[in-house]
Write a protein that binds this ligand. Sequence first.
Ligand SMILES: [Zn+2]
Length: 118
Amino acid sequence: MRPHWIIDGEVYCEQCAPADVEGDLNSNETDTPQNCCQCSRLCEYCLTEGGVRYVLETLVDALADGIDTGIIDEPGDYYHGSRQVEILVDWAKDLRDYSLNKTQQFIVDTFLTEATKP
Ligand SMILES: [Zn+2]
């Protein structure tokens, strides 16, 4: 994952940030994963406790609703040609860096198993 900037409330990855961008890289903890508003690439972030809960709830919902295997058709998008679920797979993989309890770990493992089935 890469550094990113917040400009007018929008997340930009290194490649998409305007060339004349000023200010510091965003390094605050956030309540949601940070995908670039231009290309969807996942940027470097650190989740708050609420943010970890938010991602876990999203994974549980995705498991309940069924894995979205639709292909993303957004030329220029980082996920172009990938299945919709790949965005959540990246979120789930990132959660492994946090200290999770057994239930939370189970959710992440179950999701990744289901989401990466061919
Ligand atoms: Zn970008």
